[in-house]
Design a protein around this ligand. Structure first.
Ligand SMILES: *Cc1c(COP(=O)(O)O)cnc(C)c1O
Length: 356
């Protein structure tokens, strides 16, 4: 049964599985990335971003973010990020751990997006010897709230960072979903907008494991291979991660998968938007729908077998679509949410009236 808890609950897409089987059947192959699939995946990523970037593969998104940020900072530095970001909230201190102490400073700015003003504000403490010194900014595209940064917004944040000598990292676990929404060139939303290093996610978009770390500023990637190895993130059977990547990057499959997930989120949002008692919390710009649902409605929907996360407080629910979400599943889920809402709301209205 398909669910709405996370896009990482979905399996691998068939083309990625086929590539995995093909690479697996090739017999013995040199390890640690010295193979044709890894070379091909790096080449495809360079073509995709229209630049001669340095590309590495690690096991997880946390590994990609933590190692990239550790490479940009020293132990007494700070990373400015959104307060709800994965690096601030969901990595068990991995960026702090791998950097040996760099502190993540959270900004509680609207819609999950950093602003130049928030960056400026944190940079105000730059000269104070008693506080961690800002050295990097990390922004998430698409954001944890399912919104997307426009190119101009990224440029503005990056310009503020650069003005204070900060490097700019992008957590692109769901970068594909942002590109699918904006119909933009990947280069225009990354290095041309001022991104130095990026964690480029494939897992939520149809792979089984392995995220890419892409250095657009190649002067920053010196010795990064050693950091990956020390961090336990160097895959010996690299081809089994990179062969599926080659499939994902072939024929715009990464974009088609993301477009599908986004379309399913739009379908879900449309079905919920007009139902009395439900309120969408953020514009739906990627593959997540955030909706305010009373706790008793959530209980009723879960009792029907559905899974989703209560993400913000006790009522803010995150409904996540994936590359493989079926339209019929979306419709059934939406109908159950709408029905539970109207049933319980009517009951409580009647109950209230009775008491008056
Ligand atoms: C899923 C996700 C990651 C990666 O998480 P892992 O579980 O470590 O692979 C990173 N950033 C964001 C915004 C994510 O949603």
């Amino acid at each position: 049964m398909q669910q709405f808890a996370s896009d990482n609950n979905a399996g691998m897409c068939p083309q990625a599985v086929a590539a995995l089987i093909e690479a697996n059947g090739a017999g013995h192959v040199m390890g640690y990335g010295d193979d044709r699939w890894t070379a091909q995946a790096c080449k495809q990523i360079r073509a995709l971003f229209e630049t001669d970037c340095d590309v590495y593969f690690v096991f997880s998104g946390t590994g990609a973010n933590a190692l990239a940020l550790a490479h940009l900072t020293r132990s007494y530095h700070a990373v400015i990020a959104h307060a709800s970001s994965h690096v601030a909230e969901d990595e068990t201190g991995a960026p702090e751990f791998f950097s040996g102490g760099a502190k993540v400073l959270g900004c509680d700015t609207p819609l999950g997006k950093l602003t130049p003003e928030a960056v400026e504000e944190h940079c105000g403490i730059m000269g104070r010897i008693h506080t961690s010194r800002p050295k990097a900014v990390s922004l998430t595209q698409s954001t944890e709230m399912g919104t997307v940064y426009r190119a101009a917004e990224i440029e503005a944040v990056a310009a503020a960072a650069r003005a204070h000598g900060l490097k700019v990292h992008m957590d692109g676990a769901r970068f594909a979903n942002a590109i699918a929404t904006l119909n933009a060139k990947p280069a225009d939303l990354t290095w041309r907008a001022g991104i130095d290093v990026m964690s480029f996610g494939g897992v939520k978009n149809g792979l089984g494991a392995g995220e890419a770390v892409v250095f657009f500023d190649r002067t920053l990637s010196d010795e990064f291979a050693w950091r990956i190895k020390q961090g336990g993130q160097l895959n010996s059977k690299m081809r089994l991660v990179t062969a599926p990547w080659t499939a994902l990057l072939n024929d715009d499959l990464w974009l088609r998968n993301a477009r599908h997930a986004n379309a399913m989120a739009q379908r879900l949002a449309t079905a919920l938007a007009d139902a009395p008692g439900l309120r969408l919390m953020y514009p739906v710009e990627a593959n997540a729908v955030f909706v305010e649902m009373a706790p008793e409605v959530q209980t009723a929907v879960r009792a029907k077998g559905w899974a989703f996360y209560t993400f913000l407080g006790t009522t803010g629910c995150r409904l996540m679509c994936a590359w493989d979400s079926h339209p019929e599943t979306v419709d059934r889920f939406a109908a159950d949410v709408v029905a539970a809402t109207s049933r319980l709301l009517n009951f409580s209205t009647a109950d209230r009236l009775r008491r008056i």
